[in-house]
Design a protein around this ligand. Structure first.
Ligand code: 2M8
Length: 445
């Protein structure tokens, strides 16, 4: 930890490679020892991207393993509980999710019943690019293309009840940003019972860095409701208190649509390309019409149940940059919002929630700390708009933070505190931090 303050790029790279090696299991990579002991969906995407710089085989296997657990209706679960031995060390476990209640479940695997941001389309394209389009990798992309396509079809057909082109998430765990302050309003809109269970996460990570117990009650209660409805998407859309059009999730969908369109043209999936183009056109225009807040200069979460934006601005609102959604003019407005999130350079970019919001908590998970995967998405987005200085600034913030604090899961945003404290928060050898540092170091930006 402390030593990381002095790590040069070579050392950073070596440390990152070591972490991925340590966290690699048989065919997949755990996000972080002790706390995340299985395969997580969007983690695997970032991890595979990291592998693609030095071990294409591992990159391909990571993605293939993920898609083995895909459900017959195209749904990709967010956790695959590969290891029985680790079952007792994570909650909620496969037994709690009880996936076989769903008529769509893949009974060959123990999985969760929620999904996560659909990063796979753009991950495939980047793996292919990083391989210099090697024949073996081309075959892999051709094999996975229909599976990723099936995921998009599942989302557009089951998660967009008003045919708007924007899909909803049905649980905060689907957003990837578990305890973001934007969900508070939803938790305040109904009552959840108190659950009696033993937290496994807080055995490893300090309580003040994790979601509150009372929030977990809500997380669990929604899943219990889903079980009652046997995970029917139609019933969930009709009855569940949690139905949100999330800017991060939808940005990943749009970015993946775009990648699939390019890959589909290359590999002759012409029917799919047509569908993807139709979906995508609608998504991008609905996104800009419905989710952009002109006052704030960034994108917001829309609550389909309440019929309005959720209260609060978060780093998810910058993710549309990655998908090329904002116009040049809007993108420039977003730079002001980014500057505000940095509080005139006092904070590393990009705090996960608005530092001027009184719910901002710099240590608590998705309520303030900086996350490397979000930074990476924003950096890549800014590059695609030609904003190299901005991209460079966030890349340097990211590497500086990792040098000073280590390969943590999430990071202290305050620069002065970071320097003095010398450690970050959550899991200590976190896979996507390592994988994306590898990607950043491979970039000449
Ligand atoms: C976190 O979420 C899991 C539940 O899925 C948890 O708290 O146990 C989130 O940060 C999520 O985005 C991430 O994929 C997962 C594993 O790293 O951990």
């Amino acid at each position: 930890m402390g030593n990381d303050q002095f790590m040069g790029n070579d050392q950073l790279l070596n440390r990152a490679l070591q972490i991925l090696q340590t966290n690699n299991r048989d065919g997949y990579t755990i996000p972080g020892a002790g706390i995340y002991l299985f395969q997580w969906k969007w983690d695997s995407g970032f991890i595979a991207l990291g592998y693609s710089h030095f071990d294409l085989q591992k990159a391909m296997v990571e993605m293939e393993t993920l898609f083995h657990a895909q459900w017959p209706n195209g749904f990709v679960p967010h956790i695959i509980f590969h290891s029985d031995a680790e079952r007792k060390n994570y909650f909620p476990d496969a037994a709690f999710y009880h996936s076989s209640l769903s008529e769509n479940a893949n009974l060959n695997f123990e999985t969760a019943t929620l999904t996560q941001p659909p990063v796979e389309g753009w991950v495939l394209e980047r793996i292919s690019q990083n391989s210099n389009h090697m024949a073996e990798v081309q075959d892999f992309v051709k094999k996975l293309f229909p599976k990723v396509m099936a995921q998009h079809e599942y989302l557009y057909e089951n998660r967009d009840p008003f045919h708007e082109g924007l899909v909803y998430i049905q649980h905060n765990w689907e957003s990837g940003t578990d305890n973001s302050p934007v969900w508070d309003e939803i938790w305040n809109s109904f009552e959840a019972p108190e659950y009696n269970f033993s937290r496994k996460d807080t055995r490893i990570v300090k309580e003040e860095q994790r979601p509150a117990k009372r929030e977990y009650d809500y997380y669990l209660y929604i899943i219990d409701l889903f079980k009652k409805w046997r995970y029917s998407d139609a019933l969930i859309a009709k009855k569940s208190p949690f139905l949100v059009q999330d800017p991060l999730f939808n940005s990943m969908l749009v970015a993946s649509n775009k990648s699939l369109i390019r890959l589909g043209k290359q590999f002759g999936f012409s029917q799919d390309v047509k569908r993807l183009e139709r979906w995508n056109k609608k998504s991008v225009s609905a996104f800009n019409e419905k989710l952009f807040d002109k006052g704030a200069g960034m994108y917001r979460h829309f609550d389909l149940r309440g019929g309005k934006w959720l209260d609060g601005l978060t780093s998810s609102g910058f993710a549309p940059l990655f998908a090329g959604i904002p116009s040049q003019q809007r993108m420039r407005k977003m730079l002001f919002a980014l500057e505000r999130f940095s509080q005139n350079g006092q904070y590393f970019l990009t705090p996960s929630s608005d530092p001027e919001d009184n719910r901002f908590e710099p240590q608590r998970y998705w309520r303030g700390p900086v996350w490397v995967n979000m930074n990476w998405l924003i950096i890549e987005g800014l590059k695609s708009y030609g904003e190299r200085d901005w991209a460079h600034r966030i890349k340097e913030d990211t590497l500086q933070m990792v040098r000073e604090q280590g390969f943590f899961e999430y990071f202290e945003p305050d620069k002065e505190k970071s320097r003095k404290q010398g450690f970050g928060y959550g899991s200590q050898q976190f896979s996507w931090t390592a994988a994306l540092v590898i990607d950043l170091l491979n970039d000449t930006l």
